[in-house]
Design a protein around this ligand. Structure first.
Ligand SMILES: [Zn+2]
Length: 334
């Protein structure tokens, strides 16, 4: 589970330390790009605070939290469409003295267990008006309320809010973490291999790739292209392949870029681990004949192809140019 990885993260361990010394903040700002990890972290965070055993994962409280049915845990802006009206609703809710159906009068509960938690996801996508509205909660914190903001970055977040929230960074996963996790979850190794390589450290992306195994064939074909494309006649054959169609070329360039970056690692002799997995032999084959200058040039040309696609240049033109330029780089820069 992503949850296991999150539990080992620095963000979580620091937070647990604060909790055990009764130093938790009433406002947090968590930064992390992976939406799935953010969502999972919210549940972990809530269960750690509200569960009597600090997030046992099996009690009634944890069960409710993991099923998004706990009345003390509120989620806002999961869809990134929060407006001022919803911000007002959040404020109103947060100042209510107690929540319906709660049993916080139970004296055995620890101080944490009586808290209510308000999560706001995609906070960096909210308008300044929404942020300004919510500022009230940060300036006059409602009793027993924790507000936890989640965002990809703090770039678009008002300074007045940032300065009042405790900043924490969610962990970034390695492709190996993701690979191991997917295998543990029972995905075939071949699928886990590509999904983790392409995930860029994001579970959100990795799951997108495991859902669709056509990506695997496309990825394998990219290795074939780089291994076998040796002259201009072959370029012409290759650009007719489905991986260079209008629908697929964007992804194909992404794959080529990932593979070529590993080739660059191979050529440079750096100790950096590859992003691709179990393809060392292919990387070795492709790297033959490349120098550092020529591989750098080839990577640049792939990036250039991506930029051209974004400017609506046709797939065929981009494919042709990229493949010729890769060939040219290889021979010209030797
Ligand atoms: Zn529990």
């Amino acid at each position: 589970m992503i949850g296991d990885l999150l539990q080992e993260s620095k963000a979580y361990l620091d937070f647990k330390k604060d909790l055990s010394s009764d130093k938790i903040s009433h406002a947090y700002l968590f930064l992390g790009e992976d939406k799935l990890a953010r969502r999972e972290y919210m549940r972990l965070f809530a269960s750690t605070i509200l569960c009597r055993a600090g997030g046992c994962g099996v009690c009634d409280t944890c069960d409710k939290i993991y099923n998004d049915a706990h009345l003390g845990v509120h989620y806002y802006n999961l869809d990134g469409k929060m407006n001022v009206k919803l911000a007002e609703k959040l404020i109103e809710e947060s100042y209510k003295s107690s929540w319906e159906g709660n049993d916080i009068q139970d004296e055995q509960l620890s101080s944490g267990a009586s808290k209510r938690i308000f999560f706001v996801d995609n906070f960096d996508a909210t308008a300044p008006q929404v942020q300004n509205k919510l500022l009230k909660i940060f300036e006059e914190p409602p009793k027993n309320v924790i507000i936890a903001l989640f965002a990809s970055s703090d770039y678009a977040i008002l300074q007045t809010i940032k300065s009042r929230a405790k900043l924490c960074y969610l962990p970034k996963f390695t492709s190996e973490d993701i690979h191991n996790e997917l295998v543990k979850e029972g995905y075939p190794r071949s699928i886990a291999e590509i999904a983790s390589a392409l995930s860029d450290g994001s579970f959100e992306k990795a799951y997108m790739f495991v859902e669709d195994d056509s990506y695997y064939n496309q990825y394998s074909e990219c290795f074939e292209v780089l291994k076998n494309c040796k002259n201009s006649t072959m370029v012409v054959d290759f650009i007719g392949k489905p991986i260079f169609s209008k629908e697929n070329i964007g992804r194909t360039l992404e794959f080529l870029s990932i593979i070529l970056r590993d080739v660059a690692i191979k050529v440079s002799g750096a100790k950096t681990p590859y992003t691709t997995r179990n393809r060392d032999y292919d990387i070795q084959l492709i790297s033959e004949g490349y120098t550092m200058a020529s591989i750098a040039m080839a990577i640049l040309e792939v990036n250039q192809g991506q930029a051209m696609l974004n400017s609506y240049v046709s797939a065929t033109t981009v494919a042709e140019r990229v493949l010729f330029k890769i060939l040219e780089a290889k021979y010209k820069w030797q």
